[in-house]
Design a protein around this ligand. Structure first.
Ligand code: SF4
Length: 107
């Protein structure tokens, strides 16, 4: 389980800068930089719709990850203790990123 902070305030799952899902999926199979990753679990908060009132922010959650070049990736699971998802003004998945991505081969 990974501690996750998320500043994607426009995501329907965001609650107090935490995620309310039990697990997320980070994409970026070819990524070598954080901006080449994304949180594919992002769903835009549609205007006028209320957030799910029963959603509780999760302090830790399972992070499945396709960014195989990341040093924290172990067979598709994130093994970092603490990660951050960025994308303050994101409207689509591609505008989010895992800010904690670290390339195994530093450039
Ligand atoms: S962007 Fe991803 S990590 Fe952040 S709240 Fe949405 S689903 Fe959760």
């Amino acid at each position: 389980m990974t501690i996750l902070d998320c500043n994607v305030s426009n995501c329907m799952y965001n609650a107090d800068k935490k995620c309310s899902k039990n697990n997320i999926l980070v994409e970026g199979r070819e990524a070598s930089m954080p901006h080449e990753t994304c949180c594919s679990s992002f769903r835009e908060q549609s205007s006028g719709s209320a957030r799910n009132a029963v959603s509780q922010p999760k302090t830790t959650l399972d992070v499945q990850c396709k960014a195989m070049n990341c040093t924290f990736n172990g067979e598709g699971i994130c093994h970092a203790d603490h990660i951050g998802i960025n994308g303050v003004n994101a409207c689509v998945v591609a505008e989010t990123e895992c800010a904690s991505f670290r390339c195994k081969q530093q450039h």
